[in-house]
Design a protein around this ligand. Structure first.
Ligand code: ATP
Length: 360
C-alpha cells in the first residue's frame, strides 16, 4: 500500500460536519492513530477510508489512485472492530479462512496462509476451537488473523481493545504494534484512550468536533500541544491565565504578567494580549519556603498531599487562591511536603505551552 492522502475531506450528517476538512497524508508503513473524545468523528473518518461512507467534499487517494468511488471490497483493506465481528459457531480456522475462500484462493494456499496468520497471533494451537467459548482477547486475535490473512495493503482498527480488561489491553496493544512492524503494514487505528495512542503510534491525529487539532508524534503531541484542547485532552495540564505584551523582535522576548509577577519570556512568535499557560504537573518543582529562600519564585501553600508509591501528588494553593496539580516522582520519604506548608514553586514556564485567548 502506498501513502493515504486526504484532500480536504468533509463528511456531513444532515447539516452537521462529522468530518470537517480533513487534509493530511499517512505515510506507507505508518501506524497512524485517530484520537479524540466520543463523537469527534474518528469512526466516521475511518469509515470514509473503508468506503462505507462517501464524503460529500474532497478526495481520498491511496498512493496516486483516487478512491472516492471505489467500493469497499476493492480497496484491499483488513478491518478489526471493537466487537470482534467473527462467526461464533465456525472454527477458528474457518473464521480466518473465510476471506480467502470468498476470494477463490486454492485450498492448499488457504491452509498455508491461515496457519501462518494464526501463528502470528499465537493461536495455532486453537485452530479447531469454536470462538464462542474463547476469551475476549482470543476472539480479538482471531479477528486480527482474519484481517491480515488477506494480506491487505491497509489495516483499519476501530477501538479493537475496548472490550478487553486493562491488563490484557496492554499486552494486546504491544502485540498489535509488534505485528504491524513485522508486516510493515500501513495501519489506521481509532481510539479514545490517549495512553493507548501514545503507546502504539508513529503519529497521532487529535480530533475534536470533526476537526483535526494536531498531527504529531506521541512525544511532540505531549510536549508541544498546539492548542488548549490538545493540552487538555492529552495528559493533564494546569492552566494559568496571564497577559503578554511588548514583544521585542530582536531578543524575541515579551513581558509577561502572571500571578502578580512580571518577567520576560522568549516566545517563538510575536503576540500581545491575554494568555493561558498549560503546565504539566510533573514539570513543576516545589521546595519548602524557608527563611532566605529565593524571593523571585512563585509562592504557594500545600493544600493536599496524596502519596501514591511511585509518585506523590500535591494540590498547591497559589497566591490568587487558584490551585494547581503537582506531581513528583521517586521521592524520598524525608522529602515529602506536608499540608499547609508554604512552598516556592518553579513553574518552568520556559517549557510550558502558551496559548492565546482563543486557545490557539
Ligand atoms: P465514538 O468514540 O463515540 O464512537 P467517534 O469519534 O467515532 O465517537 P463518530 O461516530 O464518527 O464519532 O460520530 C461523529 C459525529 O457524527 C457524532 O456527532 C455522531 O452523532 C454523528 N454521526 C455518526 N454516525 C452518524 C449517522 N449514521 N447518522 C447521523 N449522525 C451520525
Amino acid at each position: 500500500m502506498k501513502k493515504i492522502v486526504f484532500d480536504h475531506v468533509t463528511k456531513y450528517f444532515g447539516t452537521a460536519k462529522a468530518v470537517n476538512d480533513a487534509h493530511f497524508t499517512i505515510q506507507e508503513g505508518e501506524f497512524f492513530t485517530l484520537l479524540g473524545p466520543s463523537g469527534c468523528g474518528k469512526t466516521t473518518l475511518l469509515r470514509t477510508i473503508a468506503g462505507f461512507y462517501r464524503q460529500e467534499e474532497g478526495s481520498i487517494y491511496f498512493g496516486d489512485q483516487l478512491m472516492n468511488d471505489v467500493p469497499t471490497h476493492k480497496r484491499n483493506i483488513g478491518m478489526v472492530f471493537q466487537n470482534y465481528a467473527i462467526f461464533p459457531h465456525m472454527t477458528v480456522f474457518d473464521n480466518v479462512a473465510y476471506g480467502l475462500k470468498a476470494r477463490d484462493v486454492g485450498k492448499k494456499e488457504i491452509e498455508t496462509r491461515v496457519l501462518e496468520a494464526l501463528e502470528m497471533v499465537q493461536l495455532s494451537h486453537l485452530r479447531d476451537r469454536i470462538p464462542s467459548d474463547m476469551s475476549g482477547g482470543q476472539q480479538q486475535r482471531i479477528a486480527l488473523a482474519r484481517a491480515i490473512v488477506i494480506r491487505p495493503g491497509l489495516l483499519l482498527m476501530d477501538e479493537p481493545l475496548s472490550n478487553l480488561d486493562a491488563k490484557l489491553r496492554i499486552k494486546m496493544r504491544s502485540d498489535i504494534r509488534k505485528l504491524q512492524k513485522e508486516l510493515n503494514i500501513t495501519t489506521i487505528y481509532v481510539t479514545h484512550d490517549q495512553e493507548e495512542a501514545l503507546a502504539v503510534s508513529d503519529r497521532i491525529a487529535v480530533l475534536n468536533e470533526g476537526r483535526i487539532q494536531q498531527i504529531a508524534t506521541p512525544q511532540n503531541i505531549y510536549a508541544y500541544p498546539e492548542n488548549k484542547f490538545v493540552a487538555n485532552f492529552i495528559g493533564t495540564s494546569n492552566f494559568l491565565e496571564g497577559s503578554c505584551g511588548n514583544y521585542d523582535s530582536v531578543t524575541q522576548e515579551a513581558d509577561i504578567s502572571l500571578l502578580g509577577r512580571s518577567f520576560k519570556l522568549r516566545l517563538n512568535k510575536p503576540y500581545a494580549g491575554g494568555v493561558k499557560f498549560a503546565i504539566r504537573p510533573e514539570r513543576i518543582k516545589l521546595q519548602p519556603d524557608s527563611a532566605g529562600s529565593d524571593r523571585s519564585n512563585f509562592r504557594g501553600e500545600i493544600a493536599t498531599v496524596t502519596y501514591l508509591g511511585e509518585k506523590v501528588s500535591y494540590i498547591v494553593k497559589l497566591a490568587d487562591g487558584s490551585e494547581i496539580d503537582v506531581q513528583q516522582h521517586a521521592i524520598e520519604p524525608h522529602q515529602l511536603l506536608s499540608e499547609k506548608q508554604p512552598v516556592l514553586i518553579d513553574l518552568q514556564l520556559a517549557k510550558a505551552a502558551m496559548f492565546d485567548n482563543e486557545g490557539g
